[in-house]
Write a protein that binds this ligand. Sequence first.
Ligand SMILES: C[S@@+](CC[C@H](N)C(=O)[O-])C[C@H]1O[C@@H](n2cnc3c(N)ncnc32)[C@H](O)[C@@H]1O
Length: 161
Amino acid sequence: MNDLILKEPEIFNNEKENKAFNENSNDLIKKIEGDILYVDPPYNKRQYSSNYHLLETVAKYDNPTLKGVTGLRENDKKSDYCKKNSVLKSFEDLISNAQFKHILVSYSTEGLMEVNDIEVVLKKYGKDYKMYEIEYRRFKSRETKSDDDLKELIFYIRKDM
Ligand SMILES: C[S@@+](CC[C@H](N)C(=O)[O-])C[C@H]1O[C@@H](n2cnc3c(N)ncnc32)[C@H](O)[C@@H]1O
């Protein structure tokens, strides 16, 4: 195995007061407000926290009990956004509780939520609904399926508060 090299990220001072939260979005949304909310939720069943297990272990430095041939951590943070039967409910809960004037959401046409369902939720809680399509290539180069229908979507609504 190769050595793991950690490089210090480049951090610049934007002269503003910035805050970062490490919390479930649906709990956090009830405690914050602002002008612009950008939401970039997971769009498929892959649970991110499993994929980032190495970084998580570096950050926690907690010598976890590893499982499986690839040595994953026990994953106790399963996102509702990665489950077909809970994603839409969580998304609606997030949007309904958002105290933000402008809301932007990025999603994929291959996502667990249907585009029409996203539209219904956003129109229910906001005005000036817009959807922008951005074409992009599938990240797996060996994928045989056509990329023609694959798009990144950006949704917008203005919320009256
Ligand atoms: C598509 S990624 C967004 C990545 C980020 N915008 C970026 O460009 O680096 C989705 C992220 O949402 C996180 N996530 C999933 N469910 C969440 C939840 N309920 N609350 C907070 N974060 C969540 C995942 O762990 C993942 O890091």
